[in-house]
Design a protein around this ligand. Structure first.
Ligand code: HSE
Length: 405
């Protein structure tokens, strides 16, 4: 039997208990050990609930108990998670976490520490909810040099964008639904402004390139500027707006960015809708691979956490090597990356149209029936810096979305 403790009885923590109750028998068979939850750390008491007898309020009870071999950290946030996890590893316990903020910020250090302590720091649930992507990058795709990872990595924003497009629903009501379904972060700004996707692509890039990619270095733009009018235009182009997190190697430089982008049905991520996440990986030997599944939510995320517990239980006393050094990877300047841009201006007068044509040169006009006064167009491929320079010359507020076609 392997004794574990769960830190945090929120959405994911309660999901972990539910998965272990639901599938305990088959999990034990696959693992070769019974998994026993000895403690749950939470500030609340959960009086009258079956977990009441497992609740403790003092972390020292858990970390100083030699029977505890694995700690599941599902509290979220950097502190006190970091302090707790570090102490657990130093005391010879493996840690399984869903906490992307912790992994993005301290992943390299905690992995190095785990290696030295011959324990494991596993974080499958930190990216893509229930989708296996960390283990594939760390184990299945090790014969490849990774050239690109592009993903829809945030379930909440994908849910909102899908609702806005498919059901003509407003932004705010779609966000409320995502919150009610347990997809959104405690502060949904982290979803909406792209910070969550940014941490996730930082983790994937660090694993793909074996060096520390600091999330602070990744250019990040969220979906708060996307309106129902943009969605109308996307439909008119047969395209869809997705919050993409991308990281690609060009020569020996790595470009990374999080931003809403227009994609067409030919792109493998086009049909990834609702809370689903999709992660497209290009390797130099395998070619293109896609990972798809529920990117958020109680049980899908708990499924990934429990799978890590099984892996940790199978490897007590052995560290599973993970290629992620603390040496910093200097990213290429995102401003030099070329894109086509979709540009829209409301109530456009003739002089501005003329100026736009002079400044942007070759453009492709996009028309939407109910929007006669708009001027909307696609540019040629331009670097961010070139686009900004041209947009400045127009002297009006231009609404722009990057295009991946
Ligand atoms: N808020 C996150 C999302 C949860 O919507 O994807 C999963 O990390």
């Amino acid at each position: 039997m392997v004794n574990i403790a769960v830190l945090g009885y929120g959405t994911v923590g309660s999901g972990v208990i539910e998965v272990l109750n639901l599938n305990g028998e088959s999990i034990s068979k696959r693992c070769g050990h019974d998994i026993n939850v000895k403690y749950i750390l939470d500030l609340r008491d959960f009086k009258g609930e079956p977990v009441e007898k497992l609740i403790v309020h003092d972390y020292n009870v858990i970390v100083n108990d030699p029977e505890i071999k694995i700690i599941v950290e599902v509290m979220g946030g950097v502190e006190p998670a970091y302090t707790f996890v570090k102490e657990a590893i130093l005391k010879g316990k493996s840690v399984c976490t869903s906490n992307k903020e912790l992994v993005a910020k301290h992943g390299a250090e905690l992995l190095e520490l785990s290696k030295a302590q011959k324990v494991n720091f596993l974080f499958e649930a930190s990216v893509g909810g229930g989708i296996p992507i960390i283990r594939p990058l760390n184990q299945s795709l090790t014969a490849d040099e990774i050239e690109e990872i592009t993903g829809i990595l945030n379930g909440t924003t994908n849910y909102i964008l899908t609702k806005m497009s498919a059901d003509n629903e407003g932004f705010d009501s779609a966000l409320k639904e995502a919150q009610a379904l347990g997809y959104a972060e405690r502060n949904p700004e982290a979803d909406v402004e792209g910070y969550d996707a940014c941490r996730k692509i930082a983790i994937l890039s660090s694993l793909a390139f074996g060096m520390q990619v600091d999330f602070e270095d990744i250019y990040t733009e969220g979906i708060s500027q996307i309106s129902d009018i943009d969605v109308l235009y996307a439909k008119a182009m047969g395209a869809s707006i997705k919050l993409l997190a991308t990281s690609r190697k060009v020569g020996n430089r790595v470009y990374a960015m999080v931003a809403p982008m227009l994609i067409k049905p030919t792109h493998p991520l086009f049909s990834v809708n609702g809370v689903f996440n999709g992660i497209f990986v290009r390797g130099n030997v395998i070619g293109d691979v896609m990972f798809y599944g529920s990117g958020a939510g109680k049980l899908p995320t708990a499924s990934a956490v429990v799978a890590d517990v099984v892996d940790a239980a199978k490897h007590v006393g052995t560290n599973i090597m993970t290629f992620w050094s603390s040496k910093k990877l200097e990213l290429a300047d995102a401003k030099t990356a070329p894109h086509r841009f979709f540009v829209r201006i409301s109530d456009c007068d003739d002089n501005t149209r003329e100026l736009i044509n002079q400044v942007f040169g070759k453009i492709e006009e996009i028309k939407v029936n109910a929007r006669e006064k708009d001027y909307a167009f696609l540019t040629e491929a331009l670097s961010e810096a070139e686009y900004d320079e041209k947009a400045d010359k127009i002297g009006k507020t231009l609404n722009r979305i990057r295009v991946m076609f």
